[in-house]
Design a protein around this ligand. Structure first.
Ligand code: AGP
Length: 609
């Protein structure tokens, strides 16, 4: 997820672009850049780090011009650096582009363009776009853009300007958000409303396939066939602060609702259902090296440790390889037995958690093969490992991890299938099915999110309680742990996740009508046993909220409340089951007047031991 902004009008572009990028920092902040055209000259300024680094450069050398583009980056391909920061230019420095999204087929296009003599200055997928447009510039700017867009697969929100044609700004959208802002004698493009809300409240939301042609006095929108389209002009009523949350009251809720997109962005470009293949070249180990691996250890902290627990089930189920899961702080000090046949995986949203970083150091010292799963390109942990599989969840601002967690599960699912393919544990037909199951998940999550009012009303059971219990079996136990952590960290209610079968070994003494019990009771190999655990709780006047599989009527007379979850394969069910738990924690905390985005005593990244 990155932030883009473009301006064409009579005012100086630079201050407008910088102010816009500052309002988009929540979309990405590892590097930034702007470009402007003035009297036929194209100038660019880019900097690694936050916007203030870019401002420092501009204070020494401002960019004149009344047409320009700006971008702040959340790296997905290519480390955060000045070279990889947008905007990017063509060989002759006539064209300049900014982009938010993922170009899946950028590598073959880049090779072909290089063979045709194009010279690249970055590792990014974006730069392929501007050279592709350059190749067809004999057709004119708009046609060259359209022709280039037809050759790429993936997602994009693009801004494009040309030194040779400074009276026009082009924009295009496919799969990544892009709006057009309408002013008097000026017009704008932006990833999101906060970038321009202080300049105009009139916006048009572009649709997939739209190409917008902006001049200072006019905006035309066409489709990929060049046919004019009309888009509704909307009046934005948000105040600037709520606009950064896209109208949601809190980043946590916004990020819960961003999960369909985050999950789609995480598997996009990494699967082929037709071929039954998963592509994870970034893993850093060859198929031959992975074949030598006899054991996997996954280590992490907090929510990332919960995703590791679920990853164990996935990897053992699909790749038939033994997997251990350990808290990073425990792993690094227990003198673990590791060797070159052990693959150690560190999972971290921030990539800066001190204990997980320490665990990576320990694993490397002991000669294990070490990779990481992370959401921040170029973060400390990623620099310690041989390979990194990035989640593409975009910046996660809320302290309570939500979209990063579900994206971690997607990466673990992909990795499990990848390893099973290498170890010939799963055959083509099943691989195709498992990949198609994954591709349905964003839609199924949207179905659950639509029922958020149901879950909000369930928060009435919890918000006055002081304790709660979450029970599950198998991967459902790990989801129970995550659900309990979400509730305790944002609402401060003491809540515990527990293996359902362990209830009779002590915790059942806690059960009474004041202890709400959430039970993962999805259909699967452990369903009947879970029903037995529910009866044990009910027999002690417990209040049971069950997460059940859609269509399950049998469970209705056994529990007090039901949240239905759409059916999917057992390994993916955790991704669906955690959504209602995130919402339940959020609404309960709101009813208790808690600060959900910055809960007391917590930090987004625990960089101390
Ligand atoms: C999760 O909601 C918490 N914020 C916390 O447990 C977090 O998962 C943990 O600190 C690990 O962070 P990391 O994924 O950035 O390493």
């Amino acid at each position: 997820m990155c932030g883009i902004i473009g301006y064409i009008g009579e005012k100086k572009a630079q201050p407008i672009l910088i102010a816009g990028l500052k309002n988009l920092e929540y979309r990405g902040y590892d590097s930034a850049g702007i470009a402007a055209i003035d009297k036929g000259r194209l100038r660019i300024a880019r900097a690694k780090g936050k916007i203030r680094q870019l401002e420092k450069k501009l204070s020494e050398r401002p960019l004149p011009g009344t047409i320009g583009l700006g971008h702040n980056r959340w790296a997905t391909h290519g480390l955060p650096s000045e070279e990889n920061a947008h905007p990017h230019v063509d060989c002759k420095k006539n064209l300049v582009i900014i982009h938010n999204g993922i170009i899946e087929n950028y590598l073959p296009l880049r090779e072909r363009l290089k063979k045709e003599g194009h010279r690249f200055g970055s590792d990014t997928d974006t730069e392929v776009m501007v050279h592709l447009i350059e190749k067809y510039m004999n057709l004119g700017l708009e046609t060259a853009l359209r022709k280039a867009l037809k050759m790429i697969t993936g997602s994009y929100a693009i801004g494009l300007i040309s030194r040779k044609d400074p009276g026009v700004l082009l924009a295009a959208r496919q799969g990544s958000p892009l709006i057009v802002g309408l002013g008097k004698g000026e017009n704008f493009i932006a990833s999101d409303v906060p970038a321009i809300l202080h300049l105009t409240k009139k916006v048009m939301y572009l649709c997939d396939g739209d190409i917008a042609i902006l001049t200072p006095s006019n905006v035309r929108i066409k489709n990929m066939a060049g046919k004019t389209q009309s888009r509704k002009v909307r009046e934005i009523s948000w105040d600037p602060v709520s606009a950064k949350k896209s109208g949601y009251p809190h980043f946590m809720l916004k990020e819960i609702f961003e999960q369909p997109q985050a999950i789609e962005d995480t598997f996009t470009g990494r699967v082929s259902p037709e071929k039954g293949k998963v592509y994870l070249s970034e893993i850093g180990l060859s198929g031959k090296e992975l074949k030598k691996i006899e054991r996997v250890v996954i280590t992490a902290c907090g929510t990332s440790w919960h995703s590791a627990l679920i990853g164990k089930f996935m990897m053992e189920e699909f790749a038939r390889i033994p997997v251990e899961v350990d808290y990073a702080a425990e792993f690094r000090y227990r003198n673990p037995i590791l060797n070159a046949k052990t693959l150690v995986i560190g999972i971290s949203q921030s990539g800066e958690t001190a204990d997980t970083l320490g665990a990576m150091h320990e694993a490397k010292k002991q000669g294990a093969r070490v990779i990481s799963i992370c959401n921040v390109v170029g973060s400390s942990i990623t620099r310690e490992t041989e390979g990194v599989i990035y989640t593409h969840a975009g910046p996660e601002i809320g302290v309570a991890s939500t979209k990063a967690f579900s994206s971690q599960l997607v990466v673990l699912y992909l990795l499990s299938l990848y390893l099973s393919d290498i170890r010939k544990e799963i055959f083509l037909k099943k691989m195709r099915k498992y990949i198609l199951d994954l591709k349905k998940i964003p839609f199924l999550i949207k179905e659950i999110l639509k029922r958020h009012p149901e879950i909000e009303s369930l928060a009435n059971i919890f918000y006055k309680k002081t304790n709660a219990l979450y029970l599950g079996r198998g991967e459902g136990y790990a989801v129970a742990l995550e659900g309990a952590l979400k509730l305790k960290e944002v609402s401060y209610i003491h809540s515990e996740g527990y293996p359902a079968a362990e209830m009779k070994h002590g915790p059942i003494a806690l059960i009474d009508k004041n202890m709400p019990v959430v039970v993962l009771a999805l259909k699967g190999r452990r369903y009947d046993k879970i029903l037995g655990n529910i009866s044990e709780v009910k027999a002690r006047s417990g209040v049971v909220i069950a997460l059940a599989s859609a269509g399950d009527k049998k469970i209705k007379e056994k529990v007090d409340y039901i949240i239905y979850i759409p059916r999917t394969n057992e390994m993916l069910s955790a991704i669906l089951a955690v959504i209602p738990m995130q919402l339940l924690a959020y609404y309960t905390a709101i009813k208790r007047g808690c600060n959900v985005d910055q809960p007391r005593n917590l930090a987004k990244s625990v960089t101390v031991e």
